[in-house]
Design a protein around this ligand. Sequence first.
Ligand code: ADP
Length: 484
Amino acid sequence: MKIAMVSYEVYPFAKVGGLADVVGALPKYLEKQGMAVDIFMPYHKKVDENSSKFGYTIEKVSEGISIPHLLTEEKFDIYRTSLPGSKNVNVFLIANRYYFSADEVYQGPDLAEQAIFFSAAVLEAIKKLDFRYDIIHVNDWQTALIPVYLKSVYKNDEKLSKIASVLTIHNLGYQGIFEPSYMKFAGLPEYLFSIDGIEFYGNINFLKGGILFADVINTVSPTYAREIQTKEYGEKLDGVLRVRSADLYGILNGIDYEEYNPETDKRIYVNYNLETIEKKKENKRLLQRELGLPARDVPMIGMINRLVDQKGLDIMAEIMDYVSLFDIQFVLLGTGEEKYENMFKKLGERYPEKYSINLKFDVVLAQKIYAGADMFLMPSKYEPCGLGQMYSLRYGTIPIVRYTGGLADTVKEYNPETKEGNGFGFEPYDSAYLLKAIAKALYYYNEKEHWNALIKNAMTTDLSWDNSAKEYVKLYQRAKSKIQ
Ligand code: ADP
């Protein structure tokens, strides 16, 4: 099967969050399953910035392509590079100066127009290049209009109409809701502005379009796939998702075992594996030195996150005074909402011996924290899959999580009797339960026999992409069978 994977972010070309990691890794594992995969992404400024660092070269393939059904004269060019570490994955970059010259991935003069332009451009690029794909696999709202286009504007297109579409929802919290006037810009037929189309409370909703028109839909963990069909997690799309429930699947993300391997990771201070686990302590010591924390053998809790409501920071705010009473060190790496940045900044100023607050985006420091910390905190309100807990498991850093979405599918509560389980957690979204889970983890940190069992269970948890890639192949087969 030949797959076109479409995403706004792809590691290492341009990364904002977990989506980039997924689209940067999955194609390599699909190749192992015999799939032929190409990637389509916008030619962001970041793609050039990262080229020397990651050693890829970019060539021009085609230029001056216009999109007949859009209300714009803007044209696009196609460039090509390859996915590092893959055998044969082409990465096609859609270039347009007006829409894609911002410093950041999710920036531009008009985000709705930008997503429409990109989605339509990908389909026009496939026509221009004359590629025959079986599947077009789109990700999140920015690319969710592609299935809508396939089932409307391009319904009778000789080259495109036989392509099945798969939509992966990486986070239902971001839907792409805009004024109805964009229908015209997009060249979409008026009948689509309806309850069983992309209309949404008087506006248009790109993700809703993808959910209704993709042949198959999935999200990034089985638990999240169930949760989003409920009112509590459905973000007002639970009804629409229930309509598609027969075609809605949950496939857990994997992690890139080569990129994230404590034995070979060049970004960490000292490499280690389960047999040489005592070297993990050396990572902690050197991290303390780098961050200016006292070099003491106290439990270190790491946290690497976008600082937004989704990540459970409001319940953290309620208990930080109590957490400060424990003899611990707490290392935060993250950027986001000002109220949370200020909350952490204040804690750092008040307890400089306990808190290291790093309000920046730094992938190297992130690895040093995954390797150096003893515990990793992720009390998310909701979490489609979550990568942080998976990286920390791989590096023998024990996760403390709220059991929701992918966190519930990857972290299992430690049972001291059977010595099974790889972390600690809680279910009710309530700060008292969070505090209890932290206290429990700190207790077991001092019970060396149990802590060693936890580290062993964590580091041997299977989080590889191999299983998930097989699930995606099945998903593609299901989507394909809907077209014939
Ligand atoms: P989300 O996709 O909701 O942001 P995930 O846990 O799925 O959350 O993925 C987050 C990814 O981004 C992880 O790889 C994490 O290490 C990384 N990350 C988040 N914030 C930072 C930061 N400030 N610096 C470096 N890496 C970060």
